[in-house]
Write a protein that binds this ligand. Structure first.
Ligand code: GLA
Length: 472
């Protein structure tokens, strides 16, 4: 939503905030720094994100997670967490940023972030404390929203810590806390993305009412669908499995299902696994918030050798413009799992795309953006991003029946179809497909093949029962 629209909504007390039109991209302090940061440490990350090309590629949210609030020295643990939240508010109840970490205040960092072309993200928690023991926002939602807006926040994440662990009371607190901060953020008149992280509720309160059901009602622009991401392959598998049947609940009009930070580049998984993760996050229209340390990436590049090669692979993946175009597709559809069995170990996720031939395949002769549909049949111009995922460890190369994907041509007659195929991760055109498409090489263990498939032409060969020209 534009700033002017946000202001108008606030003035008229209207709940008319809309989610960002595409899932946000950026970086968060949590995965690699946890509570070990200072203003200076964070500025180095801002600089590295800019110089590595992430900011230009749309990773613009710079999110400072938990641990930015004050905690007196006597209650600070060696890991930086806090055992007494009281120092996080002043006598009037206003939030106090840690004066040791932020000698010039939190706004000075926000200003620096803005000066480098990024947007500033801040963290709050819904209960009495944050997950790392700092001051929580329960009872202070309006004042804390105003504090964040005044500090220059463009995104606020509300965590679920510090609420009652009793299921019934936890649910009540959730139903009060998340909508209250949403309304308070809108009332500031600032255009702020509202990121709802209810993982504590999912875990502790046995919440069976999933965040994609209540998140949009609570005004959440992003709603976390899982616990915290660790740099482990099963974490990817679990999140994607949970995303079956969520597509109807996400999109630019509802909000984005947040699979949590990308662990790509953190080091514990294979390059194929990281490529699969990035492809799946783009297909599932999740926010893509980096967990990797950009300063470590710079050091790896400088070291060269195997370290440098891996850092280069990480950058090529995360900055791949064709993958990011899928993430940014204006239709905003979340991929759905398609019927496909790869010997019980694989699956296909397909995301309908709005973009046309000139982006799907450079030099493919353009094509009109809107689909043209032969009677009863295929739509020329319709395109899907398709992820064929080998969840197992034995290489596979399944053939897809494209008729299943693009629809039946049961209007009568015999049609010949040409479907262009672009290998997004390999950055190459593949031979046009007819009614079947297969990955050009077998997919290795855990790999995703990511392709853009687009109907280029549908030509009637004989007996087509329609009164238009035959070629579309
Ligand atoms: C929770 C959240 C994480 C992170 C930590 C900070 O675990 O889910 O994303 O914000 O708290 O303490």
């Amino acid at each position: 939503m534009s700033r002017a629209a946000a202001l108008l909504c606030a003035l008229l007390s209207l709940a008319c905030a809309a989610p960002p039109p595409v899932p946000p991209r950026g970086w968060s302090s949590w995965n690699v720094l946890a509570c070990n940061f200072s203003d200076a440490v964070l500025r180095l990350r801002v600089d590295a994100l800019a110089s590595l090309g992430f900011v230009a590629a749309g990773y613009v949210y710079f999110d400072v997670d938990d641990c930015w609030l004050a905690c007196d020295a006597a209650h600070r643990s060696p890991d930086g967490s806090c055992s007494d939240a009281r120092a996080g508010r002043d006598a009037s109840g206003a939030l106090v940023a840690d004066p040791v970490r932020f000698p010039d205040g939190i706004k000075a960092l926000a200003d620096y972030v803005h000066s480098r072309g990024m947007r500033f993200g801040m963290y709050l928690s819904a209960g009495n404390t944050t997950c790392s023991g700092f001051a929580g926002s329960w009872g202070h939602f309006a004042a804390d929203a105003a504090f964040c807006a005044a500090a220059g926040a463009d995104l606020v994440k509300l965590d679920g810590c510090g609420l009652s662990a009793d299921p019934a009371r936890g649910r009540l607190a959730r139903d009060a806390a998340y909508p209250a901060l949403g309304a308070a953020l809108r009332a500031t008149g600032r255009d702020i993305v509202y990121s709802c992280d209810s993982d504590e509720l999912l875990r502790n309160v046995n919440n069976t009412e999933w965040p994609w059901l209540w998140g949009p009602r609570a005004g959440c622009d992003l709603f976390r669908v899982s616990g915290d991401m660790k740099d482990l392959w099963p974490e990817v598998v679990g999140r994607v499995s949970r995303s079956v049947n969520v597509a109807a609940f996400t999109g630019p009009d509802k909000g984005w299902a947040d699979l949590d930070f990308l662990s790509v580049g953190q080091g514990a998984q294979s390059d194929d696994e990281y490529a699969a993760q990035a492809a799946l996050w783009a297909l599932l229209a999740s926010p893509m918030i980096l967990g990797v340390d950009p300063v470590a990436l710079e050091a790896d590049l400088a070291a060269g050798g195997a370290r440098g090669a891996r850092a280069n692979a990480t950058l090529a993946l995360l900055l791949n413009p064709e993958l990011l175009a899928i993430a940014d597709d204006p239709l905003g559809a979340q991929a759905q799992r398609w019927p496909l069995t790869l010997d019980g170990v694989g699956e296909m996720w397909a995301k309908p795309l709005a973009f046309n031939a000139s982006r799907a395949r450079a030099g493919a002769g353009g094509g009109s953006p809107g689909p043209r549909r032969p009677p009863g049949g295929w739509a020329v111009g319709s395109a899907f991003a398709v992820g064929i995922w080998n969840r197992g460890v034995v290489p596979v190369a399944p053939a897809l029946g494209l008729q299943d994907l693009f629809g039946d041509h049961n209007g009568g007659g015999t049609w010949l179809f040409a479907v262009s195929a672009r290998d997004v991760l390999g950055r190459r055109d593949l031979p046009d497909a007819g009614e079947f498409f297969a990955p050009p090489e077998p997919l290795r263990a855990h790999a995703v093949g990511l392709y853009v498939l687009r109907v280029e032409s549908a030509v009637c060969v004989s007996s087509c029962d329609h009164n238009d020209d035959d070629d579309y």
